[in-house]
Design a protein around this ligand. Structure first.
Ligand SMILES: *Cc1c(COP(=O)(O)O)cnc(C)c1O
Length: 417
């Protein structure tokens, strides 16, 4: 055993979260793509079969009430809330992240309008954002008669002014893995009298967010990355408690009506987080997500057994940083000098739960890694992206990934120069 293999074994032996790996369906591959699609929790297939065969197949229409289908968006929102530092009653689950970005950003501009500030004619958007947020922001700006200004998160404090209505930011950069300063930027946005909308896709489930503590106005995020909800599982929308009475959704569907079954011609929004609902929820995906969240809440799977203790986001963050530190160490030990360059900040305060390496011929290198059982992904034009989900990634996985990357880049040296 090499020194790093021995160290990995020691780190795994001391890892308090190591037992959680058995709560996921995994194979011999090293799965470092949980920041794109989280692995399948073992609690999900049985629950989905129950929803399909019993709740739908036998109870049919009765399940809207008897199986708690109607209230699932708020109930599951309350289960996500502690993971992002929110008190209950502020998060609703449903629709995609893209749709929730639209609701949140237009909602934020309308809040600024309502404050009577007609001169707030700008929306700031993270220039490095995941593209969908930028596309939606452009449309939201056009619809609300605002000018969209793309700026990097570092430029936001200087770009803010009495003209700013709302700011849309990503908590962690999907490409580089850089963690942005949510408390500081939110405070700067508020000092300018504007509203802050945060996209938590790459932070929820991987690190503490502190939505309530830092006074975030609105937030959105997906559930199929670090929350392991499954392909296309519904996203969520956070609207801070005191803003809810004024939150004016641009998609006021019947599910957010105060009396949805009154079938009134006039819209009257429900009080609370449910105001962010639109139409009939995608129950199969939503209840798969709910089962996936069992991993966090006492963890007792439905086949019985298990330690039954809760998993704190602080312990997940500590392991995440240990995993990415160890990966960077393995990369520098195994990879030939100069073949890769880390785009992910070295400082913990600026690092999410992934490592992005700039690399020549990255697309081809990633294909070779996947062929050898190390699953990461390629991001255009030259980035190897490795996501570390602390719930199921081990230090032995990390050592193997670094070693295989080193071997692959050693071999390709001759071929690719
Ligand atoms: C993954 C991701 C999305 C995905 O949006 P969907 O509507 O779920 O496809 C949006 N924003 C960010 C920052 C992401 O990382």
């Amino acid at each position: 055993m090499s020194e790093l293999e021995t160290l990995a074994a020691e780190l795994d032996a001391a890892d308090e979260l190591a037992w959680l790996r058995t709560r996921f369906v995994l194979d011999d591959a090293v799965y470092l793509d949980g920041n794109s699609l989280g692995a399948l929790p073992v609690s999900v297939p049985g629950r989905v079969a129950d929803v399909v065969y019993r709740e739908w197949g036998e109870l049919r229409i009765r399940s809207w009430e008897e199986s708690g289908w109607w209230t699932a968006p708020e109930r599951i929102g309350d289960r996500i809330a502690p993971l992002v530092g929110a008190a209950a009653g502020q998060i609703v689950v449903g629709d995609s992240t893209s749709v929730n970005v639209f609701k949140a950003l237009v909602g934020a501009v309308r809040l600024a309008d309502e404050a009577g500030d007609s001169r707030r004619d700008e929306i700031l958007v993270d220039a490095t954002t995941f593209p969908t947020d930028g596309y939606i922001a452009e449309s939201a700006a056009r619809m609300t008669g605002r000018t969209l200004r793309p700026v990097t998160p570092a430029e936001v404090p200087d770009a803010l002014s009495s003209r700013t209505a709302a700011v849309l930011l990503n908590h962690v950069d999907y490409r580089t893995g850089r963690l942005h300063d949510l408390p500081g930027l939110t405070e700067a946005v508020h000092r300018a009298g504007a509203y802050a909308v945060w996209d938590l896709c790459h932070s929820a489930g991987a690190l503490p967010v502190g939505l309530d503590e830092h006074g975030v106005d609105l937030a959105v995020g997906c559930t199929y990355k670090y929350l392991n909800g499954g392909p296309g599982s519904p996203a969520y929308l956070y609207v801070r408690h005191d803003l809810q009475p004024r939150f004016d959704s641009p998609l006021p569907g019947w599910n957010s009506h105060a009396r949805p079954f009154g079938m009134h011609p006039a819209y009257e929004p429900v009080a609370g987080a449910g105001r962010g609902r639109v139409g009939t929820p995608d129950i199969l995906s939503m209840l798969a997500l709910e089962a996936a969240l069992d991993v966090w809440h006492g963890g007792r799977d439905r086949s019985g057994g298990g330690e039954g203790e809760g998993v704190t986001i602080e312990s997940v963050r500590a392991k995440s940083l240990a995993l990415t530190d160890f990966f960077l160490r393995c990369v520098s030990a195994y990879v030939p000098e100069g073949r890769v360059e880390s785009l992910t900040p070295a400082t913990h305060a600026e690092r999410g739960s992934q490592v992005a390496l700039r690399c020549d011929a990255a697309a081809d290198v990633m294909k070779r890694l996947i062929h050898q059982g190390v699953i990461g992904d390629f991001r255009h034009p030259d980035v190897l992206r490795f996501g570390f989900t602390p719930l199921y990634v081990s230090f032995a996985d990390v050592e193997r990934a670094g070693r295989v990357l080193g071997e692959t880049l050693g071999e390709t040296l001759g071929v690719l120069g």
